[in-house]
Design a protein around this ligand. Structure first.
Ligand SMILES: Nc1ncnc2c1ncn2[C@@H]1O[C@H](COP(=O)(O)OP(=O)(O)OP(=O)(O)O)[C@@H](O)[C@H]1O
Ligand SMILES: [Mg+2]
Length: 342
């Protein structure tokens, strides 16, 4: 009886992998059943691996080139770290942990676990599972591949899934052993194996110090990003405490609108008044390759200690402005970057 169930769940999972591979993008929001258990997930991943291995010629070549070129999309070799934070935020994580061990970088978050469509999107450049989701920040399906500036290999360990991605290769691998206390059982861990010596804790620490706690001001979920040392003690940490939200009605653009207000404080004692109003999306502006909602939340973070250098955020900071406060909105990056700089 048990055996029959196992065969069934594996067969269903393989069919789901085939359907994703053959039909993704043809039908908006294509839904497939999620593999029922670890064995079924492994079978689905193996099937995806076989499908990639069977690709030939120009299709194979263009996939490999697109993935490789992602290493050069940013002049920042550690851009992949912000992409990991962005993806963790999209999955509702409250915390991101970074640990560098000999020859491997571990990036972990406590957001929703991997699902089968994610495995396909992780393997394929320019494929995103977020096209229909106006709320998420991810849009292009390429961000995470900027990790290729560090390594051509990436593993993801999450829920039933233990998968390695290479150049158009997808392989089911053994579960990851992480240092005790690094993460809980529900966490997702990305493992980036790299050539020894090519990345140091100092590199990551310096990169994080370029952000400061205020980088987290317009994230809805992530409130802590921490770089851990070998003994798992925090070496560098970005952290914000968000106060309780209250709603007030204020005159905005000639109309009374509800504005949500909260106090936000960073670990070093810097405080901001954080205000959010939900306004109608600009008429006639659609987001390319991404669902556009009828309304858009526009937020300001006003420093309590007097004017401070301004930034435009699309959740994470994207560009500096001359304004003495920070502004955040999840719409077309370029549009807001331009609006902010005026
Ligand atoms: N931590 C994760 N857990 C589960 N799935 C993930 C994770 N990170 C990425 N993915 C999957 O991989 C896909 C590709 O991620 P990637 O960051 O490259 O692109 P994106 O977030 O879709 O868009 P963008 O290029 O704008 O970041 C995502 O759409 C998602 O399905
Ligand atoms: Mg992303």
């Amino acid at each position: 009886m048990c055996v029959v169930t196992e065969i069934d769940s594996t067969t269903v999972a393989i069919a789901a992998a085939d359907r994703l591979f053959d039909e993704y993008g043809e039908e908006a929001g294509l839904a497939v059943p999620e593999p029922a258990d670890r064995a079924a997930a492994r079978a689905a991943v193996t099937r995806l691996g076989e499908r990639f291995a069977a690709l030939r010629g120009a299709v194979r070549h263009v996939l490999a080139r697109s993935s490789d070129q992602a290493a050069h999309l940013s002049d920042d070799d550690l851009q992949g770290l912000s992409e990991v934070v962005q993806n963790a935020e999209d999955l509702g994580a409250s915390e991101v942990r970074i640990l560098l061990q000999q020859g491997e970088l571990l990036l972990a978050h406590n957001g929703a676990p991997v699902r089968l469509p994610d495995v396909l999107a992780l393997a394929m450049p320019w494929l995103t599972t977020k096209e229909e989701d106006a709320e998420s920040t991810g849009r292009f399906g390429i961000g995470l591949m900027t990790l290729r500036a560090i390594s051509p290999l990436l593993e993801i360990h999450s829920g039933h899934y233990d998968v390695r991605f290479g150049n158009s290769t997808v392989t089911a691998v053994a579960g990851l052993r992480t240092p005790s206390g690094f993460v809980g059982p529900e966490w997702t861990v990305l493992r980036v194996p790299f050539e020894d010596g090519s990345l140091t804790v100092g590199d990551i620490s310096r990169w994080l110090s370029g952000w400061t706690d205020s980088a987290l001001l317009f994230l809805r979920h992530v409130t802590r990003i921490v770089l851990l040392g070998g003994d798992l003690r925090p070496l560098r940490e970005l952290r914000l405490e968000r106060g309780r939200e209250k709603a007030e009605h204020l005159l905005l653009g000639g109309a009374m609108r509800q504005v949500r207000l909260r106090e936000v404080e960073s670990a070093d004692g810097t405080r901001w008044l954080h205000c959010t109003a939900v306004v109608s999306a600009p008429e006639g502006v659609r987001r390319a390759g991404k669902a556009t909602a009828d309304t858009v939340a526009v937020s300001l973070a006003i420093p309590r200690g007097g004017p401070a250098p301004g930034q435009v955020h699309v959740r994470l900071p994207v560009t500096a402005t001359a304004l003495p406060f920070r502004i955040g909105a999840c719409v077309t990056d370029l549009l807001w970057a331009q609006a902010g700089s005026h």
